[in-house]
Design a protein around this ligand. Structure first.
Ligand code: CP
Length: 322
């Protein structure tokens, strides 16, 4: 794949890059299944986890991925940091960078924040979610999980359903699935769609019942109440009735069709609680695969940087995927 210093958006990757990362992920899944799931690929490297928004999956899976590659992690708890005393993002990044780090995983409420951070550090920056904009490693975990079950994604039909307006996962996955040859349809009320979808590789419907029998993946999105400042739907009960994956709709999915969700879920809002636990719901597999995908991303960004490679670590690099 092409040399990549940062991963900020699914737009940074072409299909060959995605294929390379997913193939490498498969090798790291195998590493993760070993009795001692650790290789020396990033020994001596430090990754800072800088999270200005809450996270369970992304933060813990990056920490686990770094540990499995023998990298050290530097945690940054914004609630206990000098950001609380008014320190700017730039000063925070420059301070952390001065401690000698090689990678920064950034989650920030501001769309575009990771692009600014790249200007303030020599470390490789990975976007762990910026506002409503992008969440590329979630998309890679989803593509990997979908490919594991369905094979190549060319011609597969993917419905992304719910609060698309506020979802960085929807934006990353629209790009990711389309680059892998899938057809993406957004399913949402007008009030939960972005003002313009010009240039997006998607079609749109306001009726889940129109497409539910034909799709290969039903990808539900969390209702992001914390980002909704108006009332885009009358009630959650009504939203569930009109746009949720109810048991009746889940029964209509094709045989082999997958139910996906990035988590955290609002059970009985976007997805019926019982449906989330069905065998074709691969939600916990998405989480598990998130570790191996993030190992692949950390290795490709940090382990492949020639300016960071020392003579003594070349053997470690070569054994990274062995
Ligand atoms: N899917 C996802 O980004 O989850 P977290 O917010 O728990 O990281």
């Amino acid at each position: 794949m092409k040399a990549l210093r940062h991963l900020l958006s699914m737009d940074d990757l072409d299909r060959d890059d995605i294929d390379y990362l997913l193939d490498l992920t498969q090798r790291y899944v195998e590493v993760s299944e070993r009795k001692i799931p650790r290789i020396p690929a990033l020994r001596g490297k430090t990754v800072a986890l800088v999270f200005y928004e809450d996270s369970t999956r992304t933060r813990i899976s990056f920490a686990t991925a770094a540990s499995r590659l023998s990298a050290d992690t530097l945690g940054f708890d914004v609630k206990r940091s000098s950001a609380n005393k008014g320190e700017s993002l730039r000063d925070t990044i420059e301070t952390i960078s001065a401690m000698g780090i090689h990678g920064i995983v950034l989650r920030h409420f501001g769309a575009g924040a990771p692009w600014r951070v790249c200007e303030w550090t020599d470390a490789s920056v990975i976007n762990g979610g910026d506002g409503r904009n992008q969440h590329p490693t979630q998309s890679l975990a989803d593509l990997f999980t979908a490919r594991q079950h369905l094979g190549e994604l060319d011609g597969k039909r993917v419905a992304i359903v719910g609060d698309i307006k506020n979802s960085r996962v929807a934006r990353s996955n629209a790009i990711g699935f389309a680059k892998m040859g899938a057809e993406v349809v957004f399913v949402a009320p007008q009030t939960l769609l972005p003002v313009s979808l010009e240039g997006w590789p998607v079609s749109v419907t306001h009726n889940l019942d129109e497409v539910v029998d034909e799709i290969d993946i039903c990808y539900l999105l969390r209702m992001q109440l914390e980002r909704q400042h108006d009332a885009p739907v009358p009630t959650m009960r009504e939203f569930h009735h009109e746009f949720g994956l109810t048991a009746a709709r889940a029964d209509r999915l094709k045989e082999g069709a997958l139910i996906m969700h990035p988590g955290p879920m609002n059970r009985d809002v976007e997805i019926a609680g019982e449906v989330a636990d069905r065998p074709n719901a691969v939600i916990t597999e998405q989480v598990a695969n998130g570790v191996a995908v993030r190992m692949a991303v950390l290795f490709v960004l940090i382990g492949s940087r020639l300016d960071l490679v020392e003579e003594s670590s070349l053997a470690d690099q070569e054994s990274a995927v062995a």
